[in-house]
Write a protein that binds this ligand. Structure first.
Ligand code: AMP
Length: 585
């Protein structure tokens, strides 16, 4: 029987969004009421003595702000199979694993149908706005998406990354179809057990359907870059597969081979065309529009820790627009990009007031409240009270606190955002960075953003040698006295000693935080060290995370490797080819 095709009515979706954002405060009250009524019987809420209160004031008075740490014992009982209403009224049957970038191990987070529904609502909303400005034709999307390993917890719950839980849900496929965005790869490729084989086949499917591909997408920019770097290495093999209609022997998973054999037919003309295109390119500039002549844009999360990949992405994309995808986390979605024309550096996210209850902790001087290991203290003493969604102020920075339909109440997400405007009465946020401090030894405090700015400044010195930083990370080395910052760089070639020494000095000078500069001057922080890594080191780190059950679709390079992430630190340290100490101070 034919599956009923879902109609996508852009105008209706836009109207719905306009309606819920007109009186965001009212919608927030209703969302909270719904969450608390649905979960009234949850042990967690009962213990807090909510006694049926459903108003924001009562909620805030009874329920404390928490981090994942405080909820872990409750979540663990769910994971272990306790069927009683612990965090939610209805039992949780699926668990999401967050990427676990910072701590080195994934966190367990409850997932349910309501989270799935809000994911689809966010996707539909941003698509409706996107399609008004960048309409796509009837075709397919090259979706560079992957499933993580799914497994059953001790208590029999299905567990996988949040993206995997979404991709596996039938609503995802239906929504993609309705939005003319269905993947050109078969399910066997998306859900294949081996990421490298899936990636190869995604590229092959993209080439087979090259005329139909309307856009290229992945959850995060990292996977798009990773795919095209791989293309540079395997393109001749891909051409050969297309020429003879025989799949490379590197694909060994039987289900993928069977699915691909249905698509792959000998096509020497296409193979010649791709071969001609690839050999005609200069340093792979404009690779994407050459391969996919009808692509209208590239779409994915391009903000925050993905910004360092923009330069490379623009190189592959040429004139194709880069459109930023929405803002959310395994814990729940937050905002949709309803201004798709803005470049990634300026992208904003309008909060959907009906998908959760949102609070915002003003950040101003808060950074003082963090301890010296770069970890956030959950017992912040003089922290300002969180404000409501419609009480935030333009120009101010906040940490997001989330209450969702899947058992998280007043949960600190750990992200810093800046309010840059309002859409009707809901704020438009700019992502700033993960809130936990990255680099700190004594009175110095540098965030992920500070590190990114320093690396960008120093990387311009490499441009003279036509080289780029492929990826980077950092570490606080306290084994020396005094302790010092270590910055790890993987570069796409060999730079001269003089330039690297200059880069190292520039990095040291680019951390302009007063605590750092003064400590460097009096030498209570030692000279910054730049450690240059062997090519492919960050691929090893990606593989390490995949081994832990992470998904490529959600992978984010850890920008600071702390003591809890010893294995990643070992990989980095074992691959250092040369190190430089700053002479800037
Ligand atoms: P995960 O733990 O894998 O679910 O990752 C969620 C985290 O990814 C968020 O808390 C953010 O730090 C980051 N993130 C998600 N969406 C965006 C975005 N649009 N821009 C920047 N960072 C994002």
């Amino acid at each position: 029987m034919l599956e009923k095709m879902e109609e996508f009515d852009s105008e209706r979706v836009v109207e719905e969004f306009e309606a819920i954002t007109k009186d965001a405060e009212k919608v927030q009250r209703e969302a909270l009421k719904k969450i608390l009524e649905q979960n009234e019987s949850a042990e967690y809420l009962q213990n807090l003595g909510l006694n049926g209160r459903i108003d924001p004031e009562g909620f805030k008075a009874c329920v404390p702000l928490v981090t994942h740490n405080e909820l872990e014992p409750y979540i663990q009982r769910i994971v272990d199979g306790d069927p009683s209403p612990i965090l939610t009224g209805k039992p949780i049957t699926t668990i999401s694993l967050s990427s676990g970038t910072t701590q080195g191990k994934p966190k367990f987070i409850p997932f349910n149908e309501e989270l799935m529904e809000s994911t689809m609502q966010i996707f539909r909303t941003s698509f409706a706005f996107r399609n008004r400005e960048f309409p796509i034709g009837n075709g397919k999307a090259l979706q560079l998406i992957y499933s993580s390993k799914q497994f059953k917890t001790k208590g029999g719950l299905a567990a996988g990354t949040a993206t995997t839980n979404v991709f596996r849900n039938s609503k995802f496929k239906r929504t993609m179809k309705a939005m003319q965005s269905q993947s050109c790869s078969p399910d066997e490729v998306i859900f294949g057990p081996d990421f490298h084989q899936s990636l190869y086949c995604h590229l092959l499917c993209g080439l087979i359907f090259r005329e139909e591909v309307q856009f290229i997408t992945s959850t995060f920019a990292h996977s798009i870059i990773h795919a095209f770097i791989t293309f540079e290495q395997v393109w001749e093999e891909l051409c050969s597969d297309i020429r003879y209609g025989i799949l490379s022997s590197r694909i060994t998973v039987p289900s993928i081979r069977t699915a691909m054999s249905k698509l792959l037919k000998p096509n020497p003309e296409l193979a010649d065309l791709i071969h001609r295109k690839c050999t005609g390119l200069s340093n792979w500039y404009r690779l994407i529009p050459e391969l996919f002549p009808n692509a209208k844009y590239i779409y994915g999360i391009l903000t925050g820790s993905m910004e360092p990949y923009l330069k490379k992405l623009r190189h592959y994309a040429g004139e194709l627009p880069l459109l930023s995808a929405d803002y959310g986390a395994s814990e729940g979605w937050i905002g949709a990009n309803v201004n798709p024309h803005l470049p990634p550096e300026l992208a904003t996210f309008a909060v959907l007031p009906n998908i959760g209850f949102f609070e915002f902790i003003p950040l101003r001087d808060n950074i003082e409240n963090q301890d010296h290991n770069g970890m956030e203290s959950s017992l912040l003493c003089e922290e300002p009270e969180p404000v409501g969604l419609t009480e935030v102020k333009i120009g101010e920075e906040y940490e997001i606190v989330l209450t969702n339909f899947a058992g998280l109440y007043r949960y600190r997400l750990g992200d810093a955002v800046k309010v840059v405007g309002f859409h009707n009465s809901t704020p438009e946020l700019k992502f700033v960075c993960r809130r936990n401090l990255l680099l700190t030894i004594n009175i110095d405090k540098n965030t992920e953003k500070d590190l990114q700015v320093a690396v960008e400044a120093a990387a311009t010195l490499l441009e003279e040698e036509k080289l780029d930083v492929v990826d980077f990370s950092s570490h606080v080395d306290t084994s020396t006295d005094p302790g010092h910052y270590v910055i790890f760089w993987e570069i796409n070639g060999v730079a001269s000693e003089e330039v690297l020494q200059e880069c190292c000095n520039c990095l040291d000078r680019s951390f302009i935080d007063a605590g750092y500069v003064s400590s460097r001057k009096v030498k209570t922080i030692g000279a910054l060290e730049l450690r240059v890594l062997r090519r492919g080191t960050f691929h090893k780190i990606l593989d390490h995370y995949l081994g832990l059950g992470a998904a490529v679709s959600q992978f984010k390079t850890p920008r600071c490797v702390g003591p809890t992430n010893n294995l990643v630190l070992q990989i980095l340290c074992a691959n250092v080819v040369k190190s430089y100490f700053s002479t800037a101070f």
